[in-house]
Ligand binder design. Structure first.
Ligand SMILES: Cc1cc2nc3c(=O)[nH]c(=O)nc-3n(C[C@H](O)[C@H](O)[C@H](O)COP(=O)(O)O)c2cc1C
Length: 278
């Protein structure tokens, strides 16, 4: 069986989880490929996939943005070839506010493509919108105990496959949000969030047109005219702002922490990394 570990990770935490999965697969002697969807040059990500995938297990990871998996991951799943004797293991990292419906929507899309879900995990992480804060939500996460849960998940999946066990996870086990919250998530999206998140502004006198912001964008949303301009592909990860060596990109995050702490209370989700097994 061939394992794929596919992930998208603007701020690096989902990539960290993917590397733990890779390490554990290597320790178990499994054959695997690691695929970073940020990397447009990657052929697996770029769409040159076979007509059907056989005997493969796909670990696929997304950060939770506005309660959902990011478009790059959902688009990747939508573009997957039909799976024959395949299975999947969705994983998400979430910034201690809400894991939303990300795992559930990934699992449903994977099943439809012929990749029944063997297991899943939601991993608590530092909130990537609070990188300037001394005390961000999810501070210090994922910690060693979270990584251990990821390793347990991988051991379970590899062991069950090696033993020929066919048990898969019922997708409904990932439908853990209340009906009221599901309705709220149905109305949330990255595009809607972008309108209320701090607006990016460019200080033209500081911008040297070095192009670092263009290279830092994981979705090709920054174009360099006489200054950077942002197209509709922007997912508000602020990688461009963080990478700018001249601080020419700015946004006001002063009210971010208080707002997110309030949302954390409103959603009331237990702030734990949780593994879902059949
Ligand atoms: C635009 C945006 C929206 C986010 N929305 C959520 C959310 O709905 N719930 C949550 O708990 N964390 C949210 N986060 C935090 C990320 O899910 C979390 O930090 C994640 O680990 C980032 O993954 P990465 O490091 O791989 O980019 C959001 C972050 C960004 C930038």
């Amino acid at each position: 069986m061939q394992f794929y570990v596919v992930y998208f990770s603007p701020a690096g935490t989902t990539g960290h989880a993917a590397r733990i999965i890779r390490e554990e697969l290597a320790l178990l002697g499994a054959q695997f490929s690691l695929v970073n969807l940020n990397d447009a040059a990657n052929s697996f990500a770029g769409g040159s996939l076979p007509g059907a995938l056989q005997d493969s297990c796909l670990f696929i990871g997304s950060p939770v943005y506005a309660g959902h998996a990011v478009p790059a991951v959902m688009d990747f799943i939508a573009g997957l070839p039909k799976g024959i004797h395949c299975c999947s293991v969705p994983f998400v990292t979430w910034g201690a506010v809400t894991s939303g419906v990300a795992l559930y929507e990934m699992a449903r899309a994977l099943e439809e493509k012929g990749y029944p879900v063997r297991a899943a995990i939601k991993i608590v992480a530092e909130h990537s919108l609070l990188w300037q804060s001394e005390n961000p939500l999810g501070k210090g996460r994922p910690a060693a105990a979270d990584d251990d849960k990821v390793r347990t998940l991988v051991k379970h999946v590899v062991g069950a496959l090696a033993a020929g066990q066919s048990a898969c996870l019922s997708v409904s086990a990932l439908n853990y949000q209340s009906e009221a919250l599901q309705k709220i998530f149905a109305g949330l999206s990255i595009n809607a969030a972008r309108k209320v998140l701090p607006q990016l502004t460019v200080q033209p006198e500081l911008c040297t047109r070095c192009g670092v912001c263009v290279a830092a964008c994981p979705v090709g949303a920054v174009e360099l005219a006489d200054k950077p301009v942002f197209n509709e592909r922007c997912i508000a990860c602020y990688n461009c702002l963080r990478a700018c060596p001249e601080q020419a990109l700015q946004a006001d995050f002063s009210r971010m922490q208080a707002g997110l702490e309030q949302r954390q209370k409103d959603f009331g989700e237990i702030c734990e990394t949780a593994v879902y097994l059949p």
